[in-house]
Design a protein. Structure first.
Length: 327
């Protein structure tokens, strides 16, 4: 399980290679399948999660109930991002990029490359048209026209070893950060047009990066977390209180940070003064997003989980039985 969450990645490169898109199967068990990312659409209560077998689910009630979207792939989807309340992008295996224009209810393919054999692991957009998708073996693609065209921009970043890019995020002020395998770190001050290498505080793999007011957090193997308040010029080690690998993170509007990872680890607090708990079921958690009600939707092994900001497990999310099967 740890491998599937860390590198939701290279193990399924040949799965479901078809000339015509196959649609994800509609299933009332989709909300309990392996899900790897979750987000809340910009300026909206709509929450969207993606994962195994092309499953994409959406919720408008803070994750209490979910509906399954129509998705033209059965590939593993690894990340999702919404630059607006309606327009969103999801990425995954076979270097696939999907786009929605109706807040996640239906999706279309805008890019894929089976021959590349490099899964995309994260996606970020500056606005509805300009964004970056990246992943294994130094793969990094950029679009400026809403996904109609994608350009390889690997020559703009110093990654000769082709380490995996695991995570990308922006702070809304032009600063964009990339973190990845072997502790690689990069920063752009112009929304991804140009890049510089940051001196990394850690040589192990980093799986997540998130930004908050005046700070950047990076995290990865063995509970390692580092914080910068000067756009990555210097980093301070934070005591996470856990030795578990941390995959997902978010900095809340109140400055509180929440991180999740293996063995049900849930770390929360402010400026590194964190407390760590583990879910009783010990399921591995891969990502989280805050609902508008103040609670947290967490996804990973076992699907969707609702939790409080301090780590208490809330009632199980539900997915209605589909009216008909979609092959």
């Amino acid at each position: 399980m740890a491998v599937s969450l860390m590198l939701a990645t290279v193990s399924q490169a040949a799965d479901a290679k078809v000339t015509e898109p196959q649609f994800a199967k509609m299933s009332n068990m989709a909300s309990q399948s392996l899900l790897l990312d979750v987000t809340r659409a910009a300026e909206s209560p709509r929450m969207v999660t993606v994962g195994d077998r092309g499953h994409i689910l959406y919720s408008d009630d803070n994750g209490v109930s979910w509906s399954q979207a129509k998705v033209p792939t059965i590939q593993m989807l690894t990340a999702v991002y919404f630059p607006s309340d309606k327009v969103g992008y999801a990425v995954g295996h076979d270097a696939i990029v999907l786009k929605t224009m109706d807040a996640g209810e239906s999706w279309q393919r805008v890019y894929d490359d089976i021959d590349l054999e490099a899964p995309l692991l994260d996606v970020w957009f500056d606005d509805v048209n300009s964004g970056i998708a990246l992943g294994a073996y130094g793969t990094i693609l950029q679009t400026r026209n809403g996904g109609k065209e994608w350009v390889d921009i690997s020559d703009r970043i110093n990654n000769e070893e082709e380490f995996h890019y695991n995570a990308i995020t922006g702070d809304g002020n032009g600063n964009v950060y990339i973190a990845g395998e072997a502790g690689i770190l990069f920063h752009s001050a112009d929304s991804g047009r140009t890049w510089k290498t940051l001196e990394s505080p850690y040589e192990g793999s980093l799986f997540g990066v998130s930004t908050g007011p005046g700070e950047v957090l990076i995290h990865g193997l063995r509970g390692n977390v580092f914080r910068s308040t000067d756009q990555g010029k210097t980093w301070g080690a934070m005591s996470s209180g856990t030795g578990e690998t941390l995959f997902g993170s978010a900095v809340m509007d109140n400055g509180k940070s929440i991180l999740v990872g293996t063995s049900g680890s849930f770390v929360s607090g402010k400026a590194g003064q964190w407390s760590a708990v583990n879910r009783r079921d010990r399921v591995s958690l891969s990502a989280l997003a805050p609902g508008v009600d103040g609670n947290i939707v967490v996804v990973g092994q076992g699907g969707i989980h609702r939790m409080s900001p301090s780590g208490e497990v809330l009632e199980r999310s539900t997915l209605p039985k589909p009216e008909k099967e979609q092959e």
